[in-house]
Ligand binder design. Structure first.
Ligand code: OFO
Length: 173
């Protein structure tokens, strides 16, 4: 059984994961419309992953006598300035999620909820992987600069990463 405090904090996390899923879906669609097929595949996959992260919390709450609820989320942006800005936005979103996960871990410690603490460790590792991945993409973008053929190759690499990631796994993680 989880406390109301933990349930409320987890419910907040559900909304963040749902927003990540929505914003990555929007990025996938924008990349698709701009002709970046590889990045589009990467973001479709990321969007699915975020939904899976959200669902895991639903099950954890419900399996522990709580009641997980579908959150109301704001609409994500429909378009993005450019390829580079998109990934800068991803890093900001992931850093926000990481901070929220760390706060949740603090709540679980304060509540002495060892089950929730144990459950949250998966998210701590996952966020480290996600931040590492997006930082590596941003580093490549820095090297590429305004070179179109470099961007073409990175788009292809992102598509390969999405195709290689097994179902339920992060693209490239
Ligand atoms: Fe759910 O891991 Fe990113 O946001």
């Amino acid at each position: 059984m989880i406390s109301k405090t933990i349930e409320k904090a987890l419910q907040h996390q559900i909304a963040l994961e749902a927003y990540s899923s929505a914003v990555y879906l929007s990025m996938a669609s924008w990349m698709d419309s701009e002709g970046f097929e590889g990045a589009a595949a990467f973001f479709y996959k990321q969007s699915d992953e975020e939904r899976m992260h959200m669902l895991k919390i639903f099950h954890f709450i419900n399996d522990n006598d709580g009641h997980a609820m579908v959150p109301a989320i704001e609409a994500p942006p429909k378009s993005f300035k450019d390829f580079h800005t998109c990934f800068k936005n991803v890093l900001e979103q992931e850093q926000k999620v990481t901070q929220s996960i760390h706060e949740l871990v603090n709540v679980s410690l304060k509540e002495r909820d060892h089950a929730a603490n144990n459950f949250l460790q998966w998210y701590v590792s996952e966020q480290m992987e996600e931040e590492k991945q997006v930082k590596s993409i941003l580093n490549k973008l820095k090297i590429i600069g305004k070179d179109g053929s470099g961007l073409y190759l990175l788009d292809r690499e992102l598509g390969e990463m999405a195709a290689a990631a097994p179902e339920g796994e992060e693209a490239g993680a």
